[in-house]
Design a protein around this ligand. Structure first.
Ligand SMILES: Nc1ncnc2c1ncn2[C@@H]1O[C@H](COP(=O)(O)OP(=O)(O)O)[C@@H](O)[C@H]1O
Ligand SMILES: [Mg+2]
Length: 222
């Protein structure tokens, strides 16, 4: 489902080049869940950004479901990204002035597909155990609840791929385990393919596979 071949990315800042990704290749099979590991600064977020189509690699190929993401441009790329990929971050990025329900609806509203969005958002909130909190603003939710709302939002446009960037990094151990269990059950229920950057060794061990990044390349897969 996700195939990376020789993905390279270099950042230039202050006249200096940082070769973050030097040829990263691996794949995540359809319906699989893979943990992306490696120390801070190794390029996990950079890689997820590239897969999400939010930025372009300097070289290599990224395919999602057989579609070469790197070849798409402009509105085709935006459309493909919105339809195919959901992203969950370490910090939930819920909009503070909107309720949980409105936040979950937001991706559909932005995509100009508001019709039916409310019912779908409510159903998703139910799936993440948040139906009773639908009318609450993020400030009234616990960290774990905020993250569950963010997960529901990531599924609003029915993506096939879920990218999670340290989704439990800001949660206590118990909330982290709950959020991860939720991701796994949503993966099964929605037929998602999941790639999750994490430092949590216990959660990584519960994934199908682990990919370790080291100095811009895949160091080991287990
Ligand atoms: N937009 C950017 N411009 C310049 N350097 C960046 C940019 N984004 C990330 N980097 C650098 O790329 C490296 C990898 O960052 P990142 O992908 O965030 O790593 P990780 O998520 O594994 O902690 C770091 O050295 C970081 O400082
Ligand atoms: Mg990161």
């Amino acid at each position: 489902m996700i195939t990376l071949e020789g993905v390279r990315k270099t950042y230039t800042s202050g006249g200096e080049s940082i070769h973050v990704l030097r040829g990263v290749s691996f794949c995540v099979e359809p319906g699989g869940v893979v943990a992306l590991m490696g120390p801070s600064g190794v390029g996990k977020s950079t890689l997820l950004h590239l897969i999400a189509g939010l930025d372009r690699p300097d070289g290599g190929r990224i395919e999602l479901g057989g579609m070469d993401v790197t070849a798409l441009k402009g509105t085709a790329r935006d459309h493909f990204r919105r339809r195919t990929v959901g992203v969950v971050y370490q910090f939930h990025f819920l909009l503070p002035e909107f309720t949980a329900l409105e936040n979950v609806m937001m991706p559909a509203v932005i995509a100009g597909e508001g019709r039916g969005a409310r019912a779908r958002a409510l159903a998703l909130l139910g799936e993440v155990g948040m139906a009773h909190r639908a009318g609450h603003t993020p400030a009234k939710l616990s960290g774990g609840e905020q993250q569950r709302a963010a997960i529901a939002r990531a599924l609003m446009n029915s993506p096939r791929v879920l990218l999670a960037d340290e989704p439990t990094g800001n949660l206590d151990e118990e909330s982290a385990a709950q959020a991860f269990a939720l991701l796994l059950s949503l993966k099964a229920a929605h037929g998602l393919t999941v790639l999750m950057a994490t430092h949590n060794v216990a959660l990584a061990a519960a994934c199908d596979r682990t990919v370790h990044l080291h100095e811009g390349r895949v160091e080991g897969q287990g």
